[in-house]
Design a protein around this ligand. Structure first.
Ligand code: DGY
Length: 321
């Protein structure tokens, strides 16, 4: 029997594509074209599996139009909000993601954004690059010290816990809210809050780690932002859809919030122009998992899942549907 056929919808790191080409009849996308749902369906003709990524919208119509030969979709991401999991399940297509391997890299970007927001990193760098730095002054670009501040983590999964470990190194006090309280061994001294309101009232820095999708859309709205202490910082490395941009921009403008740091955006790659006009927001282009080590590990993990289903007829280790 020949090798199964695998469609890889985005250009992936060389080692990942090499492994895919070794073990599958791999259809690669070396020019990294962003394919629409119809294009993915067209390229998937005769395929047994798909390796997709976060920007590929696998909605019910696309999933419904895939050839019957497709048995497994692995996504090169931990987030799965771009895939209609119920529709995949209805089609009998196994879906798997890449948990664990990107937790540290994403937490590092969370920590970077906290530091940039607290210490005005972006604003300061722009000043130097613009030739506007005229020498040290006692009062220029004063930020806030992280030591002793309360970090509120919404969603204490693997990424949230990795961020908590890093932030402890900066002397921050860790507070969290999660679907359920963690086992004390995993809490490592973090303080659990049994309501959103209680976490928000405590958080001098709030870091969002909740999944995207309809249930969390605009979770951080004006009402919730108002509960944060004056001068708080908001950081988002999860999904942009969880933030009501208009409300966050208003709070950054009014001074209720000191600053924000964003790696993800509602409707990305578009960025709300309101953010671009503000000095007190650090903006990164969805870099959470973007390290050489992590992107290789994500690709290998996605292939591990495809191998289980398509090469060994086994269960996908990271099955989500
Ligand atoms: C993820 O893994 O969900 C990232 O946000 C995109 O790679």
């Amino acid at each position: 029997m020949g090798k199964p056929t695998l469609l890889v919808t985005r250009h992936l790191p060389a080692a990942v594509e090499a492994r895919a080409a070794r073990d599958y009849e791999a259809r690669l996308n070396p020019d990294d074209m962003i394919w629409s749902g119809e294009e993915i369906v067209r390229h998937a003709a005769g395929c047994d599996g798909l390796l997709v990524a976060a920007g590929c919208r696998m909605d019910a119509a696309t999933l419904g139009a895939l050839p019957a030969s497709v048995r497994c979709i692995a996504t090169f991401s931990v987030g799965t909000d771009h895939i209609d999991l119920a529709a995949a399940k209805a089609r009998g297509i196994v879906v798997a993601n890449t948990p664990d391997v990107l937790s540290v890299a994403t937490a590092e970007i969370g920590m970077l954004l906290i530091l940039m927001a607290a210490r005005r990193g972006g604003e300061a760098e722009r000043l130097v690059r613009a030739g506007q730095w005229h020498g040290w002054t006692p009062t220029q670009l004063m930020g806030v010290t992280l030591e002793g501040k309360r970090l509120g983590i919404l969603g204490m999964g693997r990424i949230g816990r990795a961020l908590a470990r890093m932030a402890r190194g900066f002397g921050m006090e860790i507070h969290y809210r999660n679907r359920s309280r963690l086992d004390p061994a995993l809490e490592e001294g973090a303080i659990y809050h049994d309501s959103d309101e209680s976490l928000l009232r405590a958080a001098q820095v709030l870091s969002l780690h909740i999944p995207g999708g309809a249930a969390t859309r605009h979770w951080l709205n004006a009402e919730r932002i108002a509960l944060l202490p004056k001068g708080a910082i908001v950081v988002n490395t999860g999904r942009g859809t969880t933030v009501d941009d208009a409300a966050l921009i208003a709070a950054l403008r009014s001074g209720h919030l000191f600053a924000a740091g964003l790696d993800v955006y509602d409707g990305e790659p578009k960025v709300n122009p309101g953010y671009l006009a503000l000095e007190n927001v650090a903006l990164l282009p969805h870099l959470g998992s973007a390290t050489v080590e992590t992107r290789d590990a994500m690709g290998f993990r996605a292939l591990d899942n495809l191998d289980a289903v398509l090469l060994r007829g086994a269960a996908a280790p990271d099955r989500v549907a």
